[in-house]
Design a protein around this ligand. Structure first.
Ligand code: AMP
Ligand code: MG
Length: 485
């Protein structure tokens, strides 16, 4: 059914037109009783959409996909992917739809995409639906990531559909309206490569270059330059995750973007106690995507991307492999550099200080945190206080006082800058117990804790009186997240 929304909303169908082999025209299911739960007003404005209109009946129908503008072509996108190391040749949007691309005042195209909009030809055994709790989790964590200035897909809105959805219990159904630089994934390239159609692969790569890495078009070897650009973007992204203690939880190749944005907030969580072996996802039994394994997991995914690109890199397979291997070799140095620069800022150390000294201070600090299972986020903020002379706040977090004192003495000798530390170290991150509390209340109909949490997370570096409970570590003990819901 089509009820024309406000004439000002224009959705391009560039992906659907340029890559029809990867785009199945499809429609969203009806929502029996749609009710808007959250809307990101600032994001709406960035996209050139009127938040008041989005709140209207017509606006909400756009947000659940039941009324799309004339000329738009909603599609389910095809992709493949390695999930926990196992290759699935056909995943695709089993519960999602790309409504089209929006261009805001900045002229940048961005996907408007729905999650939980009903079954598609890619649904396999799934019901095509999503439920309120997990969709609001994506809102909370993506909003926090954006406020932390970490590249991420955004959450424009969540609409409760009024349809009960069967999970372990019956839950209220919801549709998330997600905004992304694009939904091109490593898995999109894997799917395309597996078709054996090199012309299609070239068109996909050209589309990705134009959209995300336009400089690559000028390079001597544009497809190699595309690969290098994605390697760089992903190396920097995962370094940012590591610096704030973000654990993605399901780093499959279909969840690794070509844009370098974080995507798919399923079983994700933020570290409390610092421990590289931390795993939150209930399905990650082997710890493949443990906090400390994340750089290696991204690198592995990029190797799968390289394999998919091989026919474009060189006519001779061996030479193509040699080019890919050399380019992938750029991942580690790029990651190390981004991580080291981030740690230098987090520890407040001056730019002139020798890299080796910074690295030793950073490594030794993290060893202290790990040995005493100290909360990552609050430890850096407490260290900021130590740079101002209040050492006890940090010291009280440790059992190994001799180790702490010796380290602090070395660190203070380097002249840490507390202002710089406060700009680099968040006070507020979406702590697991706070997220659970907000989602549980929202699922039961009380949205107040969610809105309060969103407000706190919107200014993560700005310590505010009265918000102490949002800065404090959660109760100790294992925490589990559940994905695919
Ligand atoms: P994700 O875990 O969200 O990255 O999804 C992995 C794959 O499973 C994608 O192909 C999804 O479209 C599909 N999928 C996840 N949940 C559902 C569902 N409830 N119904 C149909 N497909 C689903
Ligand atoms: Mg996914």
């Amino acid at each position: 059914m089509t009820v024309a929304p406000a004439p000002s909303v224009h959705l391009d169908d560039t992906f659907a037109r340029e890559l029809p082999e990867l785009a199945l025209p499809w429609q969203a299911d009806q929502a029996p009783d749609p009710r808007l739960l959250v809307l990101d007003d600032a994001l709406a404005v960035e996209l050139g959409l009127d938040p008041d209109w989005l709140r209207s009946d017509e606006g909400v129908r756009l947000l659940v996909g039941t009324a799309v503008p004339d000329g738009a072509t909603p599609v389910a996108q095809a992709y493949a992917g390695h999930q926990f190391g196992w290759y699935s040749p056909r995943l695709g949007d089993g519960r999602a739809l790309l409504l089209g691309e929006l261009r805001g005042p900045d002229g940048r195209p961005r996907d408007l995409h729905l999650k939980g909009s009903g079954r598609t030809p890619f649904s396999r055994g799934g019901d095509g639906l999503a439920v309120v709790g997990p969709m609001l989790r994506e809102v909370v964590v993506s909003r926090a990531m954006h406020a932390l200035d970490i590249p991420t897909t955004r959450s424009l809105a969540v609409v409760a559909t009024g349809r009960p959805v069967r999970r372990e219990t019956v839950q209220p159904g919801a549709v998330l309206a997600r905004v992304a630089a694009s939904h091109l994934r490593v898995g999109t390239f894997q799917y395309t490569r597996a078709t054996g159609d090199v012309d299609l692969l070239r068109r996909l790569a050209d589309h990705a270059i134009a959209r995300h890495h336009p400089d690559a078009a000028q390079a001597e070897q544009p497809y190699l330059a595309l690969f290098e650009a994605v390697v760089a973007a992903q190396a920097e992204l995962v370094a940012r995750w590591m610096l704030v203690g973000f654990v993605h939880g399901v780093m499959n190749t279909d969840n690794t973007t070509i844009s370098g944005e974080t995507i798919d907030y399923g079983p994700c969580a933020f570290l409390d106690a610092f421990d590289p072996a931390t795993v939150y996802s209930s399905v990650d039994e082997g710890g493949r995507y443990a906090y400390g394994n994340q750089p290696a997991a991204v690198e592995w995914n990029l190797a799968r991307f390289a394999e998919a690109l091989l026919p474009l890199l060189h006519d001779d397979q061996e030479q193509a492999v040699a080019l890919a291997v050399a380019a992938l070799g750029g991942f580690r140095p790029r990651y190390d550099e981004a991580w080291a620069a981030g740690m230098r800022a987090k520890l407040g150390l001056p730019e002139g200080l020798d890299d080796g000294v910074v690295a030793a201070l950073a490594d030794d600090w993290l060893t202290l945190l790990r040995n005493d299972r100290v909360d990552l986020t609050s430890s850096f903020r407490a260290l900021g206080a130590a740079a101002r002379g209040d050492v006890d706040r940090a010291r009280n977090l440790f059992l190994d006082l001799a180790g702490f004192d010796a380290w602090v003495q070395r660190w203070r000798a380097a002249g840490p800058d507390p202002e710089r530390m406060d700009r680099a170290n968040p006070v507020y991150v979406p702590r697991n117990h706070l997220v659970e509390e907000a989602l549980t209340a929202a699922t039961d109909g009380d949205l107040a804790p969610l809105h309060r949490l969103l407000e706190v997370l919107a200014r993560p570096f700005d310590e505010r009186p009265g918000l102490e409970r949002y800065a404090a570590p959660g109760p100790a003990g294992p925490y589990r997240t559940f994905c695919g819901t």
